[in-house]
Design a protein around this ligand. Structure first.
Ligand code: AQP
Length: 343
């Protein structure tokens, strides 16, 4: 069956955007695909991480995967640094990708800000490691939020340039797939009403782990009280909810909260507005808070239970790393031959 790969960085508090845009969508794919889900700790250190905090956050992402319904037997769950082939293939891709491609990445520009001479080289090369993550497993689909679209395009560019630069070596050794290509063209799987959840404080910024304001995001470890308070305080305009989605145009905060409600209740925004059109925030926000608590509380409890037993989480990651490593090594051995490395 077709294979999907996706990763989450252990770089801070997991939030509702990570859940609705990514983790939750990983679960049903287990029915139809071979699924590989990775805690990308090597990506996380592109910006400074305290070692203990990194370990804690790595286990937290693994716990969120399991608590959300990813079965470590059916799927492969592991942390990136335990499979050395990710770093090895990323190096080859660093030599395939062009600096200009990396400089055009909006996430790099956003994260580097005006300080682009003084950020880590890893932050610039980030998409190259991401391409390695995906292509080591020859994954054809990657479930991600909308913010990752540009990185996925770069993954395709790297795959295409590798296939093309080494076309003769691939053909000569018969290492191509049915279509003669070595790496597939990966597609992003971006769908649903929650592809881009925005900050609760500012409707023009995405909800993010690295936002300094804790009020900007709903954390997956927030308790019911914290969730309700954050939603109550969320920035909105004063107008009541419109009765159709056209009425959300130019109202980013309203659009965001309706989108969150839709995603949490598996409905479309239009269906949510059919119920709440004309309602004020005093009615909508408590309904949203109740819904968010109902969906997140069971997961929150399960995550806490799992985190009480780090040895079990580490064993899941170790087992996943062994299974992932077997696939990764097969690809990497072929890459060494294609490139001309003697082994
Ligand atoms: N606001 C969001 N709405 C929908 N999806 C989102 N994702 C992130 N933010 C939102 C999706 O979550 C997955 C994991 O993201 P990541 O850990 O690789 O890091 P990120 O995209 O950089 O997410 P953050 O939370 O904003 O982290 P920081 O602040 O550390 O950069 C991806 O599939 C992403 O699309």
């Amino acid at each position: 069956s077709p294979r999907v790969f996706s990763g989450i960085q252990p770089s801070g508090d997991l939030h509702l955007g990570n859940y609705l845009g990514a983790i939750r969508r990983f679960v049903p794919l287990q029915e139809t695909h071979e699924t590989i889900y990775c805690v990308v700790d090597m990506h996380a250190i592109t910006v400074w991480q305290e070692p203990d905090a990194l370990r804690r956050a790595t286990r937290e992402v693994a716990a969120a995967f399991i608590a959300a319904g990813i079965d470590p037997k059916r799927s492969i769950i592991f942390n990136q640094s335990q499979v050395g082939q990710h770093a090895e293939l990323a190096w080859v891709f660093n030599c395939i990708a062009r600096i200009g491609w990396m400089n055009r990445m909006t996430q790099f520009k956003d994260k580097a800000g005006k300080n682009s001479e003084n950020v880590s080289l890893g932050l610039l090369a980030y998409p190259s490691l991401m391409a390695a993550d995906i292509l080591l497993y020859k994954a054809t689909g990657v479930p991600v939020g909308d913010d990752q679209k540009q990185h996925l395009e770069l993954t395709r560019d790297i795959a295409a340039k590798f296939n093309n630069d080494y076309a003769a070596a691939i053909a000569e050794r018969g290492l191509g797939e049915e279509d003669g290509q070595f790496f597939p063209m990966t597609e992003p799987l971006i769908a649903g009403p929650a592809t881009r959840i925005m900050s609760l404080r500012d409707g023009s910024k995405k909800m993010s782990k690295s936002d300094p304001s804790d009020q900007s995001r709903i954390s997956l470890l927030d308790d019911a009280d914290a969730i309700a308070k954050k939603i109550k305080k969320a920035t909105t305009d004063p107008a009541e909810l419109p009765s159709g989605i056209e009425g959300l145009a130019g109202r980013p905060e309203a659009d965001n909260l309706v989108g969150i409600y839709a995603a949490l209740s598996d409905r479309s925004k239009a269906e949510v507005l059919a119920e709440f059109g004309g309602a004020g925030w005093g009615r909508f926000k408590p309904a949203l808070a109740d819904l968010a608590v109902a969906v997140l509380a069971p997961m929150n409890g399960e995550m806490r239970r799992l985190l009480d037993d780090p040895a079990t989480i580490d064993a899941v990651l170790r087992d996943g790393a062994e299974r992932a490593g077997a696939i990764a090594e097969k690809t990497m051995a072929a890459v060494r031959d294609i490139v001309g490395f003697i082994r």
